[in-house]
Design a binder for this molecule. Structure first.
Ligand code: B12
Ligand code: SF4
Ligand code: SF4
Length: 304
């Protein structure tokens, strides 16, 4: 199946993916995820408990799966500030779920040509994307929990293609964090331990995923984070620009978003929210959560 692998590598490059690696589908993931869930570190993301069996056994996601193709897609590295506060770099432009789903559908077609049946995801299905990306030799899991690539750092989306084809696999690379602990030290809520993030403390969770109001101690640490948090990536020495990479212009911040003030956001009418955020990943949290985040900004000291 060398020919299929070469074809998919070529097609992925043409579609703008920056890296591709292949992992065997039936690798043992150990107990990290189970222990994380058992300790309640997923906060109120109940769907993670439901996904556990499929996360540990890709056969439940695609019967007959043999290989998992992991891909990286770069997002902007420059910070994403609005007049009100910071948006996580990955979320400043168009919604990557849709952008990558269309590209993954093209890659699916290429693999069908070689007789494969596929299921494709990017942050949209029960797949341990970081585990398989590391196993596919794309990088290592840093102490900030993210996949880090030598020369390119961690500012990338991961996408996965489960396929029934048996493709040549790649070799994992050693962890290069060394004695560095900058991410753990810089995290404003001490959410990082042993390469895992405790969502109950993580500002990314509270400003994006949480369904309940932010506890006061977390809100005090919010600083100028309007949506998501990049602190544990900003301090990582592997994210100092090294290689030039292609950045998809769809992922850059549109001008109307950059101009929004805290007051406009905190009082934003639903109709304005729909007009400004349709097509953005931020739309998913809804206007009430965005207003809540904006209110948190005005109550805390800037910290980025
Ligand atoms: C739930 C989730 C969150 C939660 C929980 C965070 C967490 N760290 O678990 C919240 C909402 C807080 C969150 C935040 C963020 N997230 Co998030 N998130 C996810 C999601 C959906 C599942 C992650 C998960 O299962 N966590 C639980 C832990 C225990 O499982 P795991 O991360 O898979 O860990 C495995 C590996 O660590 C592995 N492992 C550990 N050590 C080693 C060593 C070796 C050698 C190997 C082989 C494996 C290995 O074992 C674990 C079990 O399989 C993934 C998408 C996906 N389907 O995987 C995106 C994902 C991890 N998130 C992503 C991003 C970008 C972010 C943010 C940066 C967004 C932001 N700027 O605000 C932050 C970063 C926070 C952080 N430091 O992790 C990207 C990461 C890209 C990358 N370069 O790694 C992903 C992959 C989405 C995507 N497809 O692009 N996220
Ligand atoms: S995203 Fe922010 S709050 Fe979450 S672990 Fe990283 S630095 Fe800490
Ligand atoms: S900041 Fe240091 S410890 Fe954290 S992920 Fe980067 S290299 Fe590893």
């Amino acid at each position: 199946m060398l020919e299929a692998r070469q074809a998919i590598e070529y097609a992925a490059r043409q579609l703008g993916f920056s890296g591709l690696g292949v992992a065997p589908a039936h690798a043992n993931q150990g107990t990290i995820l189970e222990n994380w869930l058992a300790a309640g570190k997923h906060a109120d993301m109940q769907w993670m408990e439901r996904h556990l069996p499929a996360r540990l056994d890709p056969e439940l996601v695609l019967p007959g799966v043999r290989s998992i193709i992991m891909l990286t897609y770069e997002y902007p590295r420059t910070d994403a500030r609005t007049a009100a506060g910071a948006i996580a770099r990955y979320a400043q432009g168009q919604d990557y779920h849709k952008l990558l789903a269309d590209k993954l559908a093209d890659l699916d077609e290429t693999l069908q040509w070689y007789g494969g049946t596929q299921r494709c995801f990017s942050d949209s299905g029960p797949v341990s994307e970081r585990f398989f990306a590391a196993l596919a030799g794309l990088g290592w899991i840093g102490r900030n929990g993210l996949l880090i690539r030598p020369g390119k750092g961690s500012y990338c989306f991961l996408a996965s293609i489960l396929t029934t084809l048996e493709l040549p696999t790649d070799t994992p690379m050693p962890n290069r964090c060394g004695n560095c602990h900058r991410c753990e030290q810089a995290c404003p809520t001490a959410a990082l331990h042993n390469g895992c993030c405790d969502a109950r403390k993580c500002l990314s969770f509270w400003t994006i995923e949480a369904k309940s109001p932010t506890p006061q101690d977390i809100q005090q640490a919010q600083g100028n984070r309007l949506y998501g948090c990049d602190t544990c990536q900003e301090v990582c020495p592997w994210n100092r620009p090294q290689e030039e990479v292609y950045i998809d212009p769809h992922l850059l911040m549109p001008a109307p978003l950059a101009k929004l003030s805290t007051q406009q956001l905190a009082q934003m009418p639903e109709a304005d929210f729909q007009a400004i955020f349709t097509g953005s990943p931020i739309r998913r949290i809804g206007v009430a959560h965005l207003r809540h985040n904006a209110a948190g900004l005005s109550q805390s000291e800037p910290s980025l």
